[in-house]
Design a protein around this ligand. Structure first.
Ligand code: ZN
Length: 394
């Protein structure tokens, strides 16, 4: 396979600087990369010859000779993809990971990996055709599942029944003929936050992803931490109570069985059954079913039962976070994927639990915030994932 990547570690560092900080003058690049003038010129010449970097017009003059800006070449194009549990989300980015085009559509991942991936590639093909794109530089994929990173395959994923061990990376790479990397979606979103969100300002942070499949990405010392078998951050099935509700994984009392979207809907139905919520009962009567969006609407209009069940779900997550925050000592905790309308309520409850139950050293100045990237964190992070792979020393 041809490989559009750097030839050595200095070139890799220059590419990452241009990806993360945008166009730079030669002087700025040399300072940031810590390279001598001669080495810098030689490596940039190679990167330009490899069509990875190009000149981008004149830099602001510092007096004397005007120098030109350098940037990632216009031909560099990444795809960032997230699949499931309910939606395929496909984006094409430039070399600085700005989204150029994006398409989302509903998906039923229970049909299995082959039709889902075939449809994903079809969408990607349409976007590429619209943009007139040839070959992609790399493709990153986020899945709502534990992913064996080296193999690029989901492992026993409750949210993706029938996908266990399926080689997603190899299937996509065989079709596209470019580097492909696959990771857990919370990891991808953490990388998105690191690139373009609040996480940009922090070397150590936790990104907690709510939704159907709960997950946590850990960035430690500026690097995503996957652990020995790429299982780090798997908080979904930490058991909070042996007598608790049944979880999608088959066990009982997992965090996900208390705090996922499905758990909120289950509790909402119980509230209707018990006659505790007029707003939720109306929602159920209208459509014959309740969704997490109904729970959000009921909570926003002040329905006490809806608010109570949302706070309880957040409290459970807060208790898990107390342990994580004390163990990892992050600079910030970023929470994404909260159902529409519920973010502020959940955040308030999570903060209250974490601040009340943690010693001041770990949480004295710890911000806990909602993601400001929203739903672009996944695709930007998936693009970042594969760009980290492409912009690595061989
Ligand atoms: Zn579980």
């Amino acid at each position: 396979m041809t490989y559009d990547g750097p030839e050595n570690a200095d070139q890799a560092r220059l590419l990452r600087l241009l990806r993360d900080d945008g166009p730079r003058s030669r002087v700025e690049l040399g300072d940031a990369a810590g390279l001598t003038r001669a080495r810098l010129v030689a490596e940039l010449d190679r990167l330009i010859a490899l069509r990875l970097v190009e000149t981008a017009g004149p830099a602001a003059s510092r007096g004397g000779r005007r120098s030109s800006l350098l940037r990632i070449a216009g031909g560099v194009r990444f795809a960032g993809i997230t699949i499931g549990p309910r939606e395929i989300d496909v984006a094409i980015t430039d070399g600085e990971l700005s989204v150029l085009a994006r398409h989302r559509e509903p998906v039923d991942v229970r049909l299995g990996p082959e039709p889902t991936i075939a449809r994903t590639l079809e969408l990607l093909g349409k976007i590429r055709a619209n943009l007139g794109l040839g070959r992609l530089t790399g493709v990153g994929v986020g899945l709502p599942a534990p992913v064996a990173f080296r193999e690029g395959a989901p492992i026993s994923p409750p949210a993706l029944p029938g996908w266990h061990g399926y080689g997603v990376r190899d299937a996509v790479a065989a079709e596209l003929g470019c580097p492909v990397l696959v990771d857990n979606d919370a990891n991808a979103m953490a990388l998105g936050e690191q690139h373009a969100g609040t996480g940009r300002a922090f070397d150590d942070f936790l990104y907690v992803k709510l939704g159907t499949a709960i997950g946590c990405g850990l960035v430690l010392g500026g690097t995503l931490h996957r652990g020995a078998t790429s299982g780090a951050g798997g908080i979904a099935h930490l058991r909070l109570d042996e007598e608790g509700p049944t979880c999608a994984c088959g066990e009982t009392g997992c965090l996900e069985a208390y705090s996922s979207d499905e758990a909120l809907v289950r509790e909402a139905l119980a509230a209707v059954d018990a006659g505790r919520s007029a707003a939720l009962a109306v929602g159920l009567a209208e459509t014959g079913a309740l969704t997490v969006a109904d729970v959000g609407r009921a909570a926003v209009v002040g329905d006490a039962a809806a608010q109570a069940l949302v706070r309880e779900a957040a409290r459970r997550l807060g208790r898990v976070l107390v342990g994580l925050v004390n163990f990892v000592n992050p600079g910030i905790v970023i929470i994404g994927g909260a159902p529409v309308g519920l973010g502020p309520t959940m955040l308030a409850e999570i903060r209250s639990v974490v601040y009340r139950r943690s010693p001041p050293l770990a949480t004295g100045s710890l911000p806990i915030v909602l993601s400001d990237l929203g739903d672009t964190a996944g695709v930007v992070g998936a693009a970042r994932l594969v760009s980290d792979g492409v912009y690595a020393a061989p």
